[in-house]
Ligand binder design. Sequence first.
Ligand SMILES: [Zn+2]
Length: 280
Amino acid sequence: MDLFSSNNKTENNKIKVTDEVRDRIPDGLFLACPYCGTQIYNKQLGDYRVCPNCDYGFRLQARERVALFASDFVEFDEELTIDQTDFPGYQGKLDRAKKQTDMKESVLTGSGLIDEQQVALGIMDSYFMMGSLGSKTGEKITRLFEYATKHRLPVVLFTASGGARMQEGINSLMQMAKVSAAVAAHQEAGLLYLVVLTDPTTGGVTASFAMQGDITLAEPHALVGFAGARVIESTIHEKLPKDFQRVETLLQNGFVDKIVPRQNLAEVIGQIVSMHQQEA
Ligand SMILES: [Zn+2]
Protein backbone atom coordinates (compact mmCIF):
# COMPACT_ATOMS: atom_id res chain seq x y z
CA MET A 1 0.00 0.00 0.00
CA ASP A 2 1.34 3.40 -1.00
CA LEU A 3 0.67 4.86 2.42
CA PHE A 4 3.49 2.77 3.86
CA SER A 5 5.96 3.17 1.03
CA SER A 6 9.47 4.18 2.01
CA ASN A 7 9.21 7.78 0.87
CA ASN A 8 6.34 8.34 3.28
CA LYS A 9 8.53 7.40 6.27
CA THR A 10 10.77 9.58 8.33
CA GLU A 11 14.15 8.49 9.70
CA ASN A 12 12.73 7.01 12.89
CA ASN A 13 10.31 4.97 10.80
CA LYS A 14 7.15 6.85 11.78
CA ILE A 15 4.71 7.54 8.99
CA LYS A 16 5.12 11.04 7.69
CA VAL A 17 1.73 12.46 6.78
CA THR A 18 2.47 14.33 3.59
CA ASP A 19 -0.22 16.36 1.86
CA GLU A 20 -0.40 13.59 -0.73
CA VAL A 21 -1.14 10.99 1.96
CA ARG A 22 -3.59 13.27 3.77
CA ASP A 23 -5.62 13.63 0.59
CA ARG A 24 -6.16 9.87 0.50
CA ILE A 25 -7.45 9.51 4.09
CA PRO A 26 -11.26 9.77 4.00
CA ASP A 27 -12.25 13.16 5.34
CA GLY A 28 -12.54 13.29 9.13
CA LEU A 29 -13.01 9.53 9.57
CA PHE A 30 -10.83 9.39 12.67
CA LEU A 31 -10.17 12.29 15.01
CA ALA A 32 -8.00 12.76 18.07
CA CYS A 33 -9.62 14.47 21.03
CA PRO A 34 -7.75 17.79 21.42
CA TYR A 35 -7.92 17.44 25.21
CA CYS A 36 -7.28 13.77 26.12
CA GLY A 37 -5.81 12.58 22.81
CA THR A 38 -8.15 9.56 22.49
CA GLN A 39 -8.55 8.42 18.90
CA ILE A 40 -12.22 8.53 18.05
CA TYR A 41 -14.16 7.25 15.09
CA ASN A 42 -16.06 10.28 13.80
CA LYS A 43 -19.49 8.69 14.24
CA GLN A 44 -18.76 7.96 17.92
CA LEU A 45 -18.97 11.70 18.60
CA GLY A 46 -22.72 11.61 18.01
CA ASP A 47 -24.93 14.62 17.32
CA TYR A 48 -23.42 16.60 20.18
CA ARG A 49 -19.84 16.03 18.93
CA VAL A 50 -18.54 15.08 22.38
CA CYS A 51 -15.48 12.96 23.23
CA PRO A 52 -16.79 9.65 24.70
CA ASN A 53 -13.74 9.48 26.99
CA CYS A 54 -13.56 12.95 28.59
CA ASP A 55 -16.73 14.85 27.54
CA TYR A 56 -14.72 17.50 25.67
CA GLY A 57 -17.06 19.21 23.21
CA PHE A 58 -15.56 19.48 19.73
CA ARG A 59 -15.83 22.93 18.17
CA LEU A 60 -19.15 23.63 16.50
CA GLN A 61 -20.22 26.20 13.99
CA ALA A 62 -22.90 28.59 15.24
CA ARG A 63 -25.53 27.20 12.87
CA GLU A 64 -24.82 23.65 14.09
CA ARG A 65 -25.17 24.83 17.67
CA VAL A 66 -28.45 26.63 17.13
CA ALA A 67 -29.86 23.49 15.52
CA LEU A 68 -28.77 21.44 18.55
CA PHE A 69 -30.03 23.72 21.30
CA ALA A 70 -32.82 25.98 20.10
CA SER A 71 -36.21 25.72 18.47
CA ASP A 72 -38.37 28.41 16.83
CA PHE A 73 -35.20 30.43 16.19
CA VAL A 74 -35.70 33.81 14.53
CA GLU A 75 -32.43 35.34 13.36
CA PHE A 76 -31.62 39.05 13.88
CA ASP A 77 -29.40 41.28 11.74
CA GLU A 78 -28.52 38.46 9.37
CA GLU A 79 -27.21 40.86 6.74
CA LEU A 80 -25.12 43.08 9.01
CA THR A 81 -21.55 43.06 7.72
CA ILE A 82 -18.45 45.24 7.75
CA ASP A 83 -17.91 47.35 4.63
CA GLN A 84 -14.60 49.01 5.58
CA THR A 85 -11.95 46.40 4.80
CA ASP A 86 -8.85 48.44 3.95
CA PHE A 87 -6.48 46.26 5.99
CA PRO A 88 -4.34 44.12 3.64
CA GLY A 89 -5.81 40.64 3.16
CA TYR A 90 -8.89 41.36 5.31
CA GLN A 91 -11.48 41.17 2.54
CA GLY A 92 -10.19 37.74 1.40
CA LYS A 93 -10.33 36.31 4.93
CA LEU A 94 -13.80 37.74 5.42
CA ASP A 95 -15.05 36.22 2.17
CA ARG A 96 -13.70 32.77 3.11
CA ALA A 97 -15.22 33.00 6.60
CA LYS A 98 -18.63 33.95 5.19
CA LYS A 99 -18.57 31.06 2.79
CA GLN A 100 -17.47 28.53 5.39
CA THR A 101 -19.94 29.51 8.11
CA ASP A 102 -22.93 30.76 6.09
CA MET A 103 -22.86 33.91 8.22
CA LYS A 104 -21.91 37.55 7.62
CA GLU A 105 -20.24 38.04 11.01
CA SER A 106 -18.67 35.99 13.80
CA VAL A 107 -21.83 35.87 15.91
CA LEU A 108 -25.30 34.53 15.26
CA THR A 109 -28.07 36.33 17.16
CA GLY A 110 -31.80 35.93 17.46
CA SER A 111 -34.62 34.81 19.69
CA GLY A 112 -35.85 31.30 20.26
CA LEU A 113 -36.71 28.60 22.74
CA ILE A 114 -34.18 26.59 24.73
CA ASP A 115 -35.85 23.75 26.59
CA GLU A 116 -39.21 25.53 26.15
CA GLN A 117 -37.93 28.81 27.60
CA GLN A 118 -38.01 31.98 25.50
CA VAL A 119 -34.55 33.59 25.36
CA ALA A 120 -32.51 36.10 23.38
CA LEU A 121 -29.72 33.93 22.03
CA GLY A 122 -26.23 34.76 20.80
CA ILE A 123 -23.74 32.17 19.51
CA MET A 124 -20.19 33.07 18.54
CA ASP A 125 -18.53 31.03 15.81
CA SER A 126 -14.82 30.18 16.13
CA TYR A 127 -14.77 29.20 12.44
CA PHE A 128 -15.50 32.80 11.44
CA MET A 129 -12.06 34.45 11.61
CA MET A 130 -11.45 32.63 14.92
CA GLY A 131 -14.59 34.17 16.41
CA SER A 132 -12.80 37.49 16.52
CA LEU A 133 -14.64 40.51 17.85
CA GLY A 134 -15.19 42.85 14.92
CA SER A 135 -17.20 46.06 15.08
CA LYS A 136 -20.27 44.36 13.59
CA THR A 137 -19.90 41.41 15.99
CA GLY A 138 -20.08 43.94 18.80
CA GLU A 139 -22.99 45.72 17.15
CA LYS A 140 -24.98 42.48 16.81
CA ILE A 141 -24.41 41.51 20.45
CA THR A 142 -25.28 45.02 21.60
CA ARG A 143 -28.53 44.95 19.62
CA LEU A 144 -29.31 41.52 21.10
CA PHE A 145 -29.03 42.91 24.63
CA GLU A 146 -31.10 45.98 23.70
CA TYR A 147 -33.81 43.74 22.24
CA ALA A 148 -33.75 41.56 25.38
CA THR A 149 -33.99 44.58 27.66
CA LYS A 150 -36.93 45.98 25.68
CA HIS A 151 -38.80 42.66 25.59
CA ARG A 152 -37.77 41.61 29.11
CA LEU A 153 -36.00 38.45 28.00
CA PRO A 154 -33.01 36.62 29.46
CA VAL A 155 -29.88 36.55 27.28
CA VAL A 156 -28.04 33.29 26.69
CA LEU A 157 -24.67 33.84 25.03
CA PHE A 158 -22.33 31.08 23.88
CA THR A 159 -18.84 32.57 23.65
CA ALA A 160 -16.01 31.38 21.37
CA SER A 161 -13.35 33.84 20.35
CA GLY A 162 -9.70 34.38 19.60
CA GLY A 163 -10.08 37.98 20.84
CA ALA A 164 -10.28 41.38 19.23
CA ARG A 165 -10.10 41.55 15.41
CA MET A 166 -6.75 43.18 14.74
CA GLN A 167 -7.75 44.12 11.18
CA GLU A 168 -10.23 46.62 12.64
CA GLY A 169 -7.83 48.15 15.18
CA ILE A 170 -9.38 50.45 17.76
CA ASN A 171 -12.91 49.94 16.40
CA SER A 172 -12.65 46.34 17.50
CA LEU A 173 -11.43 47.19 21.01
CA MET A 174 -14.24 49.70 21.47
CA GLN A 175 -16.77 46.87 21.20
CA MET A 176 -15.72 45.62 24.63
CA ALA A 177 -17.02 48.84 26.22
CA LYS A 178 -20.05 49.09 23.94
CA VAL A 179 -21.31 45.57 24.66
CA SER A 180 -20.51 45.99 28.37
CA ALA A 181 -22.76 49.07 28.50
CA ALA A 182 -25.63 47.11 26.92
CA VAL A 183 -25.03 44.25 29.39
CA ALA A 184 -25.20 46.75 32.29
CA ALA A 185 -28.51 48.22 31.06
CA HIS A 186 -29.97 44.70 30.77
CA GLN A 187 -28.75 43.91 34.27
CA GLU A 188 -30.19 47.12 35.72
CA ALA A 189 -33.57 46.06 34.33
CA GLY A 190 -33.30 42.99 36.59
CA LEU A 191 -32.91 40.53 33.73
CA LEU A 192 -30.82 37.37 33.58
CA TYR A 193 -27.63 37.09 31.53
CA LEU A 194 -26.34 33.55 31.21
CA VAL A 195 -22.93 32.88 29.61
CA VAL A 196 -21.81 29.52 28.27
CA LEU A 197 -18.03 29.47 27.80
CA THR A 198 -17.00 27.20 24.93
CA ASP A 199 -13.61 26.21 23.56
CA PRO A 200 -11.80 28.58 23.01
CA THR A 201 -12.81 31.89 24.60
CA THR A 202 -9.87 34.27 24.85
CA GLY A 203 -8.64 37.84 24.55
CA GLY A 204 -10.97 40.83 24.55
CA VAL A 205 -14.11 38.69 24.77
CA THR A 206 -12.88 37.11 28.02
CA ALA A 207 -11.83 40.57 29.19
CA SER A 208 -15.37 41.88 28.77
CA PHE A 209 -18.79 40.33 28.22
CA ALA A 210 -17.76 36.64 28.62
CA MET A 211 -17.04 37.38 32.29
CA GLN A 212 -20.08 39.57 33.00
CA GLY A 213 -22.80 36.93 33.19
CA ASP A 214 -25.03 36.51 36.23
CA ILE A 215 -24.50 32.78 35.77
CA THR A 216 -21.45 31.38 33.98
CA LEU A 217 -21.60 27.84 32.63
CA ALA A 218 -18.83 26.15 30.66
CA GLU A 219 -18.33 23.10 28.47
CA PRO A 220 -15.82 20.56 29.86
CA HIS A 221 -12.12 21.32 29.27
CA ALA A 222 -12.81 24.50 27.27
CA LEU A 223 -9.84 26.83 27.06
CA VAL A 224 -10.69 30.22 28.55
CA GLY A 225 -8.12 32.93 29.15
CA PHE A 226 -6.82 36.33 28.16
CA ALA A 227 -3.27 36.03 26.81
CA GLY A 228 -2.04 32.79 25.23
CA ALA A 229 -0.19 30.29 27.45
CA ARG A 230 2.97 30.44 25.33
CA VAL A 231 3.12 34.24 25.63
CA ILE A 232 2.75 34.00 29.41
CA GLU A 233 5.37 31.24 29.66
CA SER A 234 7.91 33.20 27.69
CA THR A 235 7.19 36.31 29.75
CA ILE A 236 7.46 34.80 33.22
CA HIS A 237 9.98 32.07 32.24
CA GLU A 238 8.09 29.40 34.12
CA LYS A 239 6.33 26.24 33.03
CA LEU A 240 2.57 26.58 33.47
CA PRO A 241 0.48 23.84 35.13
CA LYS A 242 -1.30 21.29 32.90
CA ASP A 243 -4.81 22.65 33.23
CA PHE A 244 -3.85 26.30 33.11
CA GLN A 245 -6.70 28.26 31.44
CA ARG A 246 -8.98 25.22 31.34
CA VAL A 247 -12.47 25.82 32.76
CA GLU A 248 -11.87 23.23 35.53
CA THR A 249 -9.18 25.59 36.90
CA LEU A 250 -11.49 28.59 36.46
CA LEU A 251 -14.19 26.73 38.40
CA GLN A 252 -11.78 26.14 41.30
CA ASN A 253 -10.93 29.83 41.30
CA GLY A 254 -14.53 31.01 41.25
CA PHE A 255 -14.83 32.30 37.67
CA VAL A 256 -17.22 29.57 36.54
CA ASP A 257 -20.39 28.43 38.31
CA LYS A 258 -20.82 25.02 36.72
CA ILE A 259 -19.26 22.83 34.06
CA VAL A 260 -21.97 21.13 32.05
CA PRO A 261 -21.43 18.44 29.39
CA ARG A 262 -22.93 19.58 26.11
CA GLN A 263 -25.64 16.92 26.06
CA ASN A 264 -27.07 18.33 29.33
CA LEU A 265 -26.71 22.02 28.54
CA ALA A 266 -30.20 22.74 27.15
CA GLU A 267 -31.85 21.20 30.21
CA VAL A 268 -29.63 23.10 32.67
CA ILE A 269 -30.13 26.41 30.82
CA GLY A 270 -33.90 25.77 30.79
CA GLN A 271 -33.91 25.14 34.55
CA ILE A 272 -31.92 28.27 35.35
CA VAL A 273 -34.08 30.48 33.12
CA SER A 274 -37.32 29.10 34.53
CA MET A 275 -36.14 29.52 38.16
CA HIS A 276 -35.24 33.12 37.44
CA GLN A 277 -38.64 33.83 35.90
CA GLN A 278 -40.50 32.41 38.89
CA GLU A 279 -38.64 34.83 41.14
CA ALA A 280 -39.09 37.84 38.91
ZN1 LIG B 1 -11.29 13.49 25.19
